[in-house]
Ligand binder design. Sequence first.
Ligand code: FES
Ligand code: MG
Length: 575
Amino acid sequence: MEQGNTRRRSATWFGGSDKSGMIHRSWMRNQGYTDEVFDGRPVIGIAVTASDLAPCNAHLTQVADAVKTGVWQAGGFPLAFPAMALGETLLRPTAMLYRNLLAMEAEELMRANPMDGVVLLSGCDKTTPGLLMAASSVDIPALMVTGGPMLNGKFKGQDIGSGTHVWKFDEEVRAGRMTQEECFFAESCMSRSNGHCMTMGTASTMASMAEALGMQLPYSATWPAVDARRYKTATQAGQRIVKMVEEDLRPSQIMTRTAFENAIRVNAAIGGSTNAVIHLTAIAGRLGVPLELDDFDRLVRDIPTLVDLMPSGRFLMEDFCYAGGIPAVMAELSSLIDTSAITVTGATLAQNIADAECYNREVIRTLENPLQEAGTGTAVLRGNLAPDGAVIKQSAASVKLMTHRGPAMVFESPEEYYAVADDPEMPVDENTVLVIRNCGPRGYPGMPEVSNVTLPTKLLKRGITDMVRICDGRMSGTAYGTVVLHVSPEAAVGGPLALVRTGDIVSLDVPARTIAMEVDDEELARRRADWKAPAPHATRGWVRLYGEHVLQADQGVDLDFLVGASGHDVPRESH
Ligand code: FES
Ligand code: MG
């Protein structure tokens, strides 16, 4: 009943013989529990980010049932609770505006309730980092189970990928190569089962990161949402969290600096999303693990892209699963990562991947025969356009644009750009650098995935498929193109991106890691004197709190007062 000399935290609710103990137990009994649940066994919270409004997470209530089975089997007491379901596709102005609200909500629920350990059920992009941030700030034993990807999209005999084919089909329709009816038909071909995006978008990336960090069971990132093994894994997670409580194995012991370095390297090997840069930074900030933007460049220079998944490659998550998933990738990378890291299994990565095999070398390549050479992952750029950094996903960009010099065409918002993007007279050619600003954490607000604006129709019709775009926003992990993202500081706080003007020459040199405007300092000083800060987006509510406290992209876009941890203690009784 007791662990070592310390009483379980749940026992301070359910174990008392006073009035408070009666209150805590009596109301719970209305759900029909037998006496045993209060005998001091580990109480396991299950954070369920399910909602009809978050389609990627809608099936997590069933996943929670499988976790409960495992918890009961192992002698624990499972209690599921809802946490904010953030769906990328419906939430305006962007789900990212609410990641920290989920993290704050889940943190407080974990701390304020009687639970000794927690299973985190996530799926869509922001729910995975949001829950990991929360668990890190409470630091009770925690284990994640992501909901799994959708089955491969199938359209007219071809595999199509979530998101990636939305951008492609949009371009096809605008270029006149696809009809609106075909595009409408493709919608249900793309999303044909439960689960999150099945490209290597941000959801698949963050699920993979959770596994690489050691926070979910081996293979858990890749089982499709509708595969029976998704539910088997969830049941095993329920069994395992009970043991983790007995071992007192906490997020802070698993998500060490070593674990983050491993995850960053795995992200390069899988061709993962640029959003991982922001989310991993935010999670590390909760744990006090030092992690800087430059780590994301430095640590991946010797890591080739091994996994051939859209948007960088050809295949989808179902194929990745059948090819051997994250353990097969980590086995291939074992000389380049630190496999002594401890994971939720209680074992090291080395032990977890000892039997890992690759079953399809088209999907998961070898170090000797990679999809893309080392040094073509996410690069961190600096210069007078981005003093605090910007990122570019080289594997999703065009090689010929990796060094580029051209005149800027500046837009104050994506809306301003789209208002003219179809104009056949638009004064733009393939050398133009499109600058879209005011899309940062404070500016939009919420740093949406709008940076990869579709090319001007006039250029699409000429068969141009890529051009340099620069933005202080993010890009969907499912997207592609030569897009300089996360420019920091953002325009809305007076970053130099706010000062660039149409016609300025902008130079991008990815090998040299620079992004600059060829404007001298005196002229920039004159422009700065004329710059006026935009008015806040809200005078009340979450958006006001967010706007007053959000950190810039290079610092993970957390709220300044949420960085760090508060532990799990709540000394005072509620009655
Ligand atoms: Fe939810 Fe892509 S929209 S994972
Ligand atoms: Mg996304």
